[in-house]
Ligand binder design. Structure first.
Ligand code: SF4
Length: 342
């Protein structure tokens, strides 16, 4: 079957036979494929640090933050720009964008970007302040839209209405930290919200022309391997569009690092993680695109595991594992079909 934007302008593909992006040479559906299709060309993200904090750190709902959180470890690319002093809340948003574009254009061969509000909780401010920051980014001629990372308890109807309005003219994607569907795990890592909060927020966001992404972590010692894989079943039943999957890793200067030093627990070896991630991808609805399969952390900040790779290499290993099994993203999906309109 030949696919064109006209045949796939509704995201209704559910059967593997009809899936436009899952093929023998690409056994899972990726966010990059979707973006390339939606915009007709490559789009990269330019990271912005707008000076947001987090209610799980400043004492509003809890203090200390999630036990694994060290925002400096989230993105090596952000580290690079942070080291060059471009990525600072004191630098205006447009200047942060301009200072990174020459490097990003050359490296990623594109001149179109999404403004990625990444650090901490990027909806944690009054709605008028959010509007001003988002509009400043969108007024840059090379910015096509917004990608916003936040906590599920940091949005409300007014903020979602703001994003819904912006989405009438621009691409808007929002990334919610879920991390686990098990409340005992969320308590263990001091997330300070429960899974119900994540589900309610996803449902409140759906239907507003906003792409919804969920972040999860595989490898918490509070969960069995089968419980980790079962998260794919639960998330497949929700109206999320994309998923970022991270392997649990221990980053320096975190509470989790102290716990790990005082009472070490198992962290997946490379081959164990590849097997687990492949099992997870097989159970995940093929409607949900994959943004990440591995959490990049700078080598000098990583305590465990000892093995290190990058997102592209991990994607290649999981592709090879799916080929070896002759299986695909969603080939063992248990979820009921769901049709979402763009
Ligand atoms: S919600 Fe995000 S920014 Fe806040 S402590 Fe947790 S991981 Fe860090």
């Amino acid at each position: 079957m030949i696919y064109s934007p006209a045949t796939i302008d509704k995201r209704s593909w559910l059967s593997l036979d009809e899936h436009p992006f899952i093929r023998p040479d690409r056994r899972f559906f990726t966010y990059n494929q979707y973006i390339q299709w939606r915009f007709g060309h490559r789009i990269h993200r330019v990271t912005i640090d707008a000076g947001f904090t987090c209610p799980n750190r400043d004492g509003t709902i809890a203090s200390g933050g999630c036990t694994y959180c060290n925002n400096d470890g989230f993105s090596p690319a952000s580290q690079l720009f942070r080291a060059k002093v471009y990525l600072k809340p004191s630098v205006p948003v447009q200047n942060q964008i301009d200072s990174q574009l020459p490097f990003l254009k050359k490296r990623f061969h594109t001149d179109r970007f999404l403004a990625y509000f990444q650090s901490y909780s990027n909806t944690y401010a009054p709605v008028n302040e959010l509007e001003s920051l988002y509009q400043e980014a969108l007024s840059h001629p090379d910015i096509m839209g917004l990608a916003i990372g936040t906590r599920p308890d940091c949005v409300d109807d007014d903020k979602l209405s703001l994003l819904e309005n912006i989405a009438q003219k621009h691409y808007v994607g929002i990334e919610y930290g879920c991390e686990s569907i098990y409340d005992r795990t969320l308590q263990w890592v001091n997330r300070a919200h429960d899974y119900r909060c994540f589900v309610d927020t996803v449902n409140s966001t759906a239907g507003r022309n906003i792409d919804i992404s969920a972040h999860i972590i595989l490898g918490f010692p509070t969960e069995t391997r089968e419980e980790m894989i079962a998260m794919a079943d639960a998330l497949s039943d929700l109206p999320i569009d994309f998923i970022k999957i991270h392997n649990l890793h221990i980053v320096e200067k975190t509470a989790l690092a102290s716990t790990y030093h005082s009472d070490p627990f198992h962290i997946f070896e490379k081959d164990e993680y590849i097997q687990l991630a492949a099992d997870f991808v097989e159970r995940l609805s093929p409607r949900i695109g994959i943004q990440r399969l591995y959490g990049d952390t700078p080598k000098d900040m990583l305590i465990a595991p000892k093995w290190l790779t990058n997102g592209n290499e991990m994607a290649k290993w999981i592709q090879e594992e799916l080929e070896r099994r002759d299986s695909y993203h969603g080939s063992k999906c248990l979820a009921q079909p769901r049709v979402l309109s763009l």
